[in-house]
Design a protein around this ligand. Structure first.
Ligand SMILES: [Zn+2]
Length: 455
């Protein structure tokens, strides 16, 4: 699950969101499922993925490739079909969906306003352009005064795109510094087709009569990898319809000094383990009237690039539902084995699951953390923007989880029995999607906030 607070009280957190979260209570009614989802295999998968050996599965690291190979091998052994039809050296590599992203790292930036040069500490840039050269024209100029909302203004410019010179009153120094730190790390983009830049100047100038801005950036390309397997539909009638099970397998890597490892056992080795074992469960059942797709996404923690790329490789209209599993390693506030669902009010998927579960004497709970905006903080949001009933399922007590994005998020901190129950309950709850007997309503794309164009 992505952490917004690279910018404390970041632009995203100001949104009023009402993401309803549902939790599914477990009963012993699922004992027959437990035989098909072996607890030992669940333990084995998560132990591998969250081991120190994989060094926190950071995007672009060699260790994340080892995690990808492990997942690919599991998918192959289960008997899934690979995403790629290309002839490649080994069967397993055909499960790897590789793509490149561009990293834009700011280099030099010089700015003068009204013919006076601005000092470096008062400058910052977010840009998708190799170079910027504005001399009296080229940019739209904005002044954020003492009483303006700096975050709102920047968010609006980011959503609009284009080239902007923003003069920020020194009353906003702290917020400016947070953005500057964030932008200095560079920007990663899946595509550079939108060329835009926001240059921020911390200054009390209120009238800009003249400006001169020069900036350049270093752009490098790097490879990322999703792991995708398909369980083809058993019926030709529903073959085009896809039920997507997903989780992200990347995490944060190691601490800056390299001494400690962010194992990401809960976030999100737990979800990755779930989709592998759900794949195994449904493959053994062999009665899925719809096609099932299992995707382990990369690069969620650095901006959701895995799901973005994935969403461009298929027709989202064919995706009947997306069950995105995020952080199910510990009991939710509703008890062991329970799981909740983000954005429940946006489609009737939760209601359909409830229908299925009512016979099992199970229950769906309300969102415990609407203020956290969790609907937007995982890969489901990308597919939801395309209208897919795409939701995240989780059990984290995010308001007080001491391990979230800490090096202590390791296997020792998990309750594997609770996690196993969650996987079983998801297998039961989603059976009617798999059978093709229910079809959830689409999410209203117009009501899903767009992503920024520049950063
Ligand atoms: Zn996370």
């Amino acid at each position: 699950m992505i952490k917004i607070p690279a910018l404390k009280n970041s632009p995203l957190s100001n949104f009023k969101r009402k993401s309803l979260i549902a939790a599914i209570a477990m009963t012993s009614a699922f004992s027959s499922v437990a035989e098909i989802i072996p607890a030992e295999q669940v333990a084995k998968d998560i132990t591998y993925l969250a081991a120190d050996d994989l060094k926190g599965r950071a995007s672009f690291s060699p260790e994340i490739d080892r995690a990808a190979n492990y997942i690919a091998k599991r998918f192959a052994d289960i008997g899934l079909q690979p995403i790629s039809t290309e002839k490649v050296a080994t069967h397993n590599t055909r499960f790897l969906q590789k793509f490149t992203v561009s990293q834009i790292q700011p280099q030099a930036l010089t700015v003068s306003i009204n013919h006076a040069e601005i000092s470096q500490e008062n400058l910052a840039i977010a840009s998708t352009m190799r170079s910027v050269n504005w001399q009296e024209t080229g940019a739209q100029v904005h002044v954020i005064s003492k009483d303006d909302d700096m975050r709102d203004t920047l968010r609006a410019l980011n959503q609009k795109g284009g080239q902007h010179l923003v003069i920020i009153n020194s009353a906003h120094t702290k917020t400016f510094q947070a953005y500057k730190n964030y932008f200095n790390r560079g920007i990663t983009k899946l595509s550079l087709e939108h060329r835009g830049a926001i240059v921020m100047v911390l200054s009390d100038i209120s009238d800009v009569n003249a400006y001169n801005v020069k900036a350049n950036a270093k752009i490098t390309e790097q490879t990322l990898t999703n792991v995708v397997g398909i369980l083809p539909a058993t019926s030709t009638e529903n073959a085009k319809e896809v039920v997507l099970y997903s989780a992200h397998y990347d995490h944060l890597g190691v601490t800056e000094d390299g001494k400690q490892i962010y194992n990401g056992a809960d976030d999100d080795a737990s979800g990755t383990t779930a989709i592998i074992n759900l794949a195994q469960y449904y493959a053994k059942q062999g009665n899925n009237k719809r096609s099932l797709m299992f995707s382990a996404f990369t690069a969620e923690e650095i901006g959701g690039f895995g799901s973005k790329y994935f969403s461009q490789q298929l027709n989202p209209d064919h995706v009947v539902a997306m069950i995105n599993i995020e952080m199910i390693g510990k009991p939710s506030k509703f008890g062991a084995g329970t799981v909740w669902m983000t954005g429940m009010e946006r489609s009737n998927l939760g209601a359909l699951l409830n229908e299925k579960l009512s016979a099992q004497n199970t229950e769906i709970y309300q969102d415990p953390y609407p203020e956290q905006g969790l609907f937007y903080r995982s890969d489901n949001a990308t597919l939801a923007r395309l209208g897919v009933p795409a939701h995240s399922f989780s059990s984290t007590q995010l308001d007080k989880d001491q391990h979230y994005h800490q090096t202590s998020d390791d296997i020792k901190s998990l309750d594997l029995s609770s996690m196993h129950k969650v996987i079983e309950s998801l297998a039961v709850a989603t059976q009617s999607l798999v059978d093709g007997t229910v079809t959830p309503t689409r999410i209203d794309k117009a009501k899903v906030r767009a992503q920024g164009k520049i950063y």
